[in-house]
Ligand binder design. Structure first.
Ligand code: DP6
Length: 328
């Protein structure tokens, strides 16, 4: 059977950085995110006995079977084949409507879409929790792209307790995440590798000592929709993440000069009265959050910054869903 899924990428307000179990992708702490309406991966999967090995095509490029990208897909398909007791190989065709590997979390939408498309093609009848657990093993942040809206990846200690749940539907809060693309350069060190060195930072212990309180506070501000306090927390969290990265061994510097320029601009716009806050992941591109009423002003400002090549406006969205519009 053939199945197609559409999955959103997500922005973590409180980040997943570091794991207590690498094989199972169990994070050291809980994280909180929002699904992004305009950063989408669509993936079609078909298991077929006519193939001798799995095939993977992304954005119309067919990758070598031995490449890292394809091997990650094959490993994930193996998990699904095991659950469905399937022997046949699969054709996987995938398409991102945004740049891949520049820090916009294409692995979250990619592995979430692959999970739901492949599990459906394999005729597995999995619950949202089971899909989130499965997606997590492919890419940690992908487990948060399964449920709807504003999401928490629970701090579980085992395979069956580490999954994401919806905290609020997308309609809970009229906020936006405007992604400013300042470079299409691909990052040198992927998140998977970077995550492994998180605990080499001398500041990592300090982060972990405070993280449970941070999660509680973030949930409460989210519930009460207190934008400026929430934004301050989100921005401080992104800077803390990068403080850990910069002081890890080897050090990880994901910023470009334009990233720093943007950080300063966001602060300047704020000092002029525009309530905007930034967040960053493993890449140079920037997420800027604002209330819906301020989108026009923010996008007008971004339009006049020469370093911003493109910007993408995202609203809170549902998680991963099935569609009948197959890619082949
Ligand atoms: C900085 O989920 O990409 O975006 O589990 O190895 O696939 P893997 O890592 P990944 O890491 C995301 C890191 C982050 C923070 C976050 O999204 O929580």
């Amino acid at each position: 059977m053939k199945a197609t899924a559409i999955a959103p990428s997500n922005l973590a307000f409180i980040k997943y950085w570091g794991r207590k179990n690498g094989d199972l992708r169990l994070p050291t702490n809980a994280s909180i995110s929002m699904n992004l309406s305009s950063l989408l991966t669509t993936t079609t999967v078909e298991f077929t006995s006519s193939l001798e090995q799995d095939e993977f095509e992304l954005n119309e490029t067919k990758y070598d079977y031995d490449s890292k990208k394809v091997q990650r897909v094959v490993k994930h398909l193996d998990r699904i084949r095991k659950l469905g007791q399937i022997k046949s190989r699969a054709r996987v065709v995938s398409s991102n409507n945004f740049p891949s590997d520049t820090g916009l979390s294409s692995s979250s939408s990619g592995l979430a879409a692959l999970t739901v498309a492949a599990a459906t093609a394999a005729n597995l009848n999995l619950s949202e929790k089971e899909l989130s657990i499965l997606a997590r093993k492919g890419s940690g942040s992908a487990c948060r792209s399964i449920p709807n809206g504003f999401v928490e990846w629970l701090d579980g200690d085992s395979d069956q307790t580490s999954f994401a749940v919806s905290l609020f539907p997308p309609s809970h809060w009229e906020i936006a995440d405007v992604v400013a693309i300042i470079s299409n350069e691909q990052k040198e060190v992927g998140s998977t590798e970077g995550q492994e060195s998180a605990n080499t930072s001398p500041f990592y212990e300090t982060r972990l000592a405070k993280i449970d309180n941070k999660i509680k506070k973030a949930k409460s501000l989210l519930e009460k929709r207190q934008f400026s306090e929430f934004g301050e927390m989100v921005e401080a969290e992104a800077l803390e993440l990068h403080a850990i990265m910069i002081t890890s061994s080897p050090s990880l510097i994901y910023w470009q000069p334009e990233t720093v320029k943007m950080m300063k601009l966001v602060k300047k716009w704020r000092s002029e009265g525009l309530q905007v806050y930034f967040s960053l992941n493993t890449g140079q591109d920037m997420h800027i959050i604002c209330e819906k009423k301020n989108i026009a002003q923010l996008t007008a400002n971004l339009g006049s910054v020469p370093e911003v090549k493109e910007f993408i406006v995202n609203y809170p969205s549902n998680g991963t869903s099935i569609t009948n519009e197959h890619l082949f």
